[in-house]
Write a protein that binds this ligand. Structure first.
Ligand SMILES: Nc1ncnc2c1ncn2[C@@H]1O[C@H](COP(=O)(O)OP(=O)(O)OP(=O)(O)O)[C@@H](O)[C@H]1O
Length: 320
């Protein structure tokens, strides 16, 4: 069952520079469907429209056009119902600084209309699960970056939402803290069957954590699929063959051309093929028949960055 549906969801901002007004199309018309229990990663370079989409889906921003249903309610006409049924952890975090960490979480629960005792019980449970033991009485500003991010997540989950939106949950965390948070997010789905929709810049995060990835670029979705399927369909494996001489380059190229378009960089000939593993034995035999003895053969599995590069001609790492 679909718990998030968007159709041609779009948002334009008008900005003023001096006397000139101009329009920025932040989100150009997004269609998406997310099923119950899925962990979906929303991936794209800086300025692609991730946060704007997320803010529309969480009712913090009105769409300019198009529609979206979240948890069974319309984001434009049933905003308070949507909010009651979701958890949202923003990029900047939601802690205010002065109150104790535990109080912040309980207050957040009260905001969602759950009784104090329940908010406290659930808050303490989350502190334990998110490895925040002993932090209940601490002021959030005295916590480390990773602990604060986990506190944000506890706040987003205190009312037991089955649908959670996370905006760049691990930005600014060290690799260990990131991996740790991935574990908690997966665990959440495992235990509660929650649906998680998260934005990220990190390819490895999308790869490790998400069942499905949506790639957005310039305000439009350019790809959707499991990390594996995207990599398989769009790029294929890269075979890189290094030979010992210029003569061998020509012969090796003839052999590799049977698999697809080759590129040559000095003594390295490359070709992309959907299933390199299956091709390799035949390739080696064909090279042998041509009298070419490779110096090295490398197979590189496609990365999500290759997917993005194929789709847009740019690397995700380069940003917008
Ligand atoms: N309030 C606003 N007024 C004007 N332009 C805006 C506003 N909010 C966002 N934009 C523009 O809309 C585009 C999309 O921004 P958005 O924050 O959604 O991207 P993003 O993918 O979340 O980027 P990042 O990864 O850097 O957070 C950008 O060009 C941004 O400058």
């Amino acid at each position: 069952m679909s718990v998030i549906t968007a159709r041609q969801l779009a948002r334009t901002f008008s900005t003023k520079r001096g006397r000139e007004r101009s329009e920025v199309i932040a989100v150009a018309g997004v269609d998406l469907d997310v099923d119950e229990g899925e962990i979906v990663g929303f991936l794209g370079p800086n300025g692609a429209g991730k946060t704007t989409t997320l803010r529309m889906l969480t009712t913090l921003l009105k769409p300019t056009s198009g529609s979206a249903q979240v948890a069974g309610f319309d984001v434009a006409t049933q905003a308070s119902e949507v909010r009651r049924n979701i958890g949202y952890v923003s990029q900047s975090g939601s802690t205010s600084g002065d109150a104790r960490a535990g109080e912040e979480v309980v207050d957040h629960g009260l905001l969602y209309g759950i009784p104090r005792a329940q908010a406290e019980r659930r808050g303490r449970e989350l502190f334990e699960q998110l490895e925040l033991d002993g932090m209940w009485e601490r002021a959030p500003k005295t916590l480390s970056g990773g602990q604060r991010r986990r506190l944000d997540i506890a706040m987003g989950l205190v009312h037991d939402p089955t649908l959670v939106f996370l905006d760049e949950p691990t930005t600014g965390l060290d690799p260990q803290a990131r991996a740790n948070l991935w574990m908690h997010i997966s665990d959440l789905r495992q235990r509660l069957g929650s649906t998680v929709f998260l934005t990220t810049h990190y390819l490895d995060e999308a790869d490790a954590l998400c069942d499905r990835i949506l790639v957005i670029d310039h305000g439009s979705i350019v790809a959707s699929g499991t990390p594996e399927a995207l990599k398989r369909e769009v790029s294929g494996d890269l075979i890189e063959l290094t030979v010992g001489s210029a003569d061998d380059v020509a012969a090796a190229r003839r052999v590799l051309s049977a698999l697809g378009d080759t590129t040559i960089d000095q003594l390295v000939i490359s070709v992309r093929t959907p299933t390199a593993g299956r091709e390799l034995p035949g390739l080696i035999r064909a090279l042998d028949a041509e009298g070419v003895v490779p110096e090295a053969v490398e197979v590189r599995r496609p990365t999500l960055d290759d997917v993005f590069l194929n789709l847009t001609g740019r690397s995700l790492r380069e940003g917008a």
